[in-house]
Design a protein around this ligand. Structure first.
Ligand SMILES: [Zn+2]
Length: 167
């Protein structure tokens, strides 16, 4: 693991989580404004330049330009899909689908229509990922992962990279 850090350095604009050392994903101030607890918002001088840490066991949810700006998962208003293990947690925050719901569908039918349903609703512009999802972007990749891990087949594996186009 440390070797990959040496051979493929992360570019300076990407940044790594000060707690776990993994690369983050940029999130907008809109997402932070919507999902941080009020007292946490007040603590931060600016909501610009933050990144989301998706590492399951890392307690940091977001980290800013300086290590002092880190936001813990406990300071986010909703449980973060990537950091939890409970089957009852949400994976789709816009349309309120839980991991358990998808697992049940896969057990019963070998696949889940939830991913297709989400994609359809996103295409209609009904999603609001930037305000509802802690990662600030569409949940479809995570939904597909839950289906795969439950032993199901994804309805449209060829469009895996396409997602729904909403961010
Ligand atoms: Zn981390």
């Amino acid at each position: 693991m440390p070797k990959s850090f040496l051979t493929s350095p992360v570019s300076s604009s990407e940044g790594v989580c000060p707690r776990c050392g993994q690369a983050g994903r940029s999130v907008s101030a809109t997402t932070l404004k919507s999902l941080l607890r009020p007292e946490t918002r007040l603590r931060l001088r600016s909501l610009a330049g933050f990144q989301f840490c998706a590492t399951p066991k890392c307690e940091v949810a977001y980290f800013g330009p300086t290590a002092r700006d880190s936001v813990l998962a406990a300071e986010v208003r909703v449980p973060i899909f990537q950091k939890g293990t409970a089957a009852e947690r949400l994976v789709c925050y816009c349309f309120q689908h839980t991991v358990a719901e998808i697992q049940q569908e896969v057990r019963a039918a070998g696949t889940s229509r939830i991913a297709t349903g989400i994609k359809t609703k996103c295409a209609q512009g009904l999603d609001d990922c930037e305000h509802t999802n802690p990662q600030g972007s569409c949940c479809l990749g995570n939904v597909r992962r839950v289906i795969r891990e439950a032993g199901g087949t994804n309805p449209s594996p060829t469009s895996d990279t396409g997602g729904c186009g909403c961010h």
